[in-house]
Write a protein that binds this ligand. Structure first.
Ligand code: NAD
Length: 492
């Protein structure tokens, strides 16, 4: 088995505990790598390395343009290593090689975009209402950033945080998911190649309680950026609040994908399948609630079942595979438990509903694409994030009811609207409470377009110009150019 160490101050470092834990391949259900089991001592070392790199040495001495150039070079290195990194991701998280490779090929764009932005972060001159002063603002990096990532798309979700953080001039300590740490450790090896000074990026692998928690609490960490479950996100938010730390959280969703009777039904059904069965439903933007207008409900369900039934399951490395395994054993068990919950609540199972036992699935953690109809929005299957290939179909009669159902959930990450009526597209986009609305498409993302949650789906934005603001703070500088000193007991 391959063994992976921590990455601290530019070097592979064995863990303080002298212990490693297994990382499993979800397709074989067997361990394939050993990952360093970090603890609070390692966290302290990594944060101190990041802090040193932030306050002295090559990194703070660099111009923003030089930082941008490093990000560009990193993008080039990722492009050259895309196939190798994608294969590691598949071994760890079981997602399709075709999907992970496409993600890795697209990934350099984040580093190019934020590399280009690094030297365009500028303050402004304020046209003050007071004579005798010159006032301007500076955009300064926050300091050491803790990046905590989940298992579903480790390197892509890392890029959404790392690229803007580095562009802003921060230094970072990354804590990847204990289920999928290998690709992050392989990726950070590229940083030294392109000239990032040691300590700018560090990685401490291990478990939430042993690494994540001490990282969030470390006094030298000024910002935490997290993607994962709302339960952990809430916990982190409370911990961070005690120390007045900056936080951005990208949490889960229960996204409505809404099909109106005037939609192009074939495209809408394609979008519904992509929304819930791509990545085996393991995406925060899964369109897990399919809202269908009464008049087209039966036709949509019929087409949906036909398409879902034809999905090829099996080895995620095979080019023809469309649905891979569930990434972790606990997640596999969680998905199956939600099928029981939906049945007990009275939803009607019309497809799947069990672990997949097809020969091509071997011993992997597969769940059959599952569809429930007759779902009421108050059922747990419609309110709670499953994070698996389980779709709830909910009927509605008109636009008002579609809006009411779409918004009747505590999450607000994504939403799809399928219609040929342009007015309706605008009305729906305005009234749906979510950070992203897709019209006549689904599951599209870009480094250029802000992404994040309304309500319990999170705080802050990733991607686009907005993201870099999550890593800077504004300083206001006042220069006296000739104002009289005046009465010391009166505000100037
Ligand atoms: P999680 O929230 O438990 O873990 C995410 C990350 O947080 C991991 O790196 C984990 O080690 C770390 N962590 C755990 N406890 C921590 C703590 N107390 N302090 C700091 N860090 C801590 O999520 P998970 O186990 O990866 O998945 C569980 C559920 O989360 C899934 O079933 C799914 O619903 C949801 N999820 C959401 C996303 C998303 O993109 N929004 C991604 C993966 C999982």
């Amino acid at each position: 088995m391959e063994r992976y160490n921590l990455f601290i101050d530019g070097r592979q470092t064995p863990p303080n505990s002298d212990r490693w834990f297994d990382s499993d391949n979800p397709f074989t259900a067997e361990p394939w790598a050993e990952i360093a089991r970090g603890d609070a001592v390692d966290v302290d070392r990594a944060v101190r390395a990041a802090h040193q790199a932030f306050i002295q040495g090559a990194w703070p001495a660099m111009s923003a343009s030089q930082r941008g150039l490093l990000l560009h070079r990193l993008g080039d290195r990722i492009a050259a290593e895309a196939a190798r990194l994608a294969a590691i991701e598949v071994r760890d998280n079981g997602k399709l090689y075709s999907e992970m490779h496409a993600q890795l090929q697209y990934l350099p764009q984040w580093y190019y975009y934020y590399g280009g932005l690094a030297d365009k972060l500028q303050g402004s001159v304020i046209p003050l209402d007071k004579k005798g002063y010159f006032n301007y603002t500076r955009q300064e990096p926050l300091g050491v950033v803790a990046i905590i990532t989940p298992w579903n798309s480790p390197l892509m979700l890392l890029a959404w945080k790392l690229a803007p953080a580095l562009a802003a001039g921060c230094t970072v300590v990354i804590k990847p998911s204990e289920f999928t740490s290998a690709s992050t450790l392989a990726f950070v090896e590229l940083l030294g190649d392109v000239g990032f000074p040691p300590g700018v990026v560090n990685v401490v692998t291990g478990f939430g309680a042993e690494v994540g928690s001490p990282l969030v609490e470390h006094p030298l960490v000024r910002k935490i950026t997290f993607t994962g479950s709302d339960t952990t996100g809430r916990h982190i938010n409370v911990q961070a609040a005690r120390e007045f730390k900056h936080v951005s959280l990208e949490l889960g969703g229960k996204s409505p994908n809404i099909i109106f009777e005037d939609a192009d039904i074939a495209s809408a059904v394609n979008g519904a399948v992509s929304g819930i069965f791509a990545a085996s439903g393991q995406t925060c933007i899964a369109g897990s609630r399919l809202l269908v207008q009464d008049s087209v409900h039966d036709a949509v369900v019929e087409k949906l079942l036909a398409l879902a039934r034809s999905a090829t399951m099996g080895d995620p490395m095979e080019a023809g595979t469309q649905v891979g395994p569930i990434t972790t054993r606990p997640q596999y068990e969680k998905v199956l438990s939600y099928i029981d919950i939906a049945l007990a609540d009275g939803a009607r199972l019309v497809l799947g509903g069990a672990a997949a036992t097809r020969p091509a699935c071997g011993k992997g953690w597969f769940v059959e694409p599952t569809v429930f109809t007759d779902v009421h929005n108050s059922m747990r299957i419609a309110q709670e994030e499953v994070f698996g290939p389980v779709l709830s179909v909910i009927r509605f009669k008109d636009e008002e009811e579609a809006i009411a159902i779409a918004n009747d959930v505590r999450f607000g990450l994504g939403a799809g609207v399928w219609t040929s009526d342009i007015g309706r597209a605008f009305r729906m986009s305005e009234r749906i409470q979510s950070g992203t609305v897709w019209v006549n498409t689904y599951r599209a993302v870009s480094y250029m377009s802000p992404f994040g949650g309304y309500k319990d789906s999170g705080i802050g934005r990733e991607n686009g110009l907005d993201a870099v603001n999550e890593y800077v703070q504004t300083k206001s500088v006042w220069i006296n150019t000739g104002a009289a000193s005046g009465n010391p007991f009166v505000i100037r």
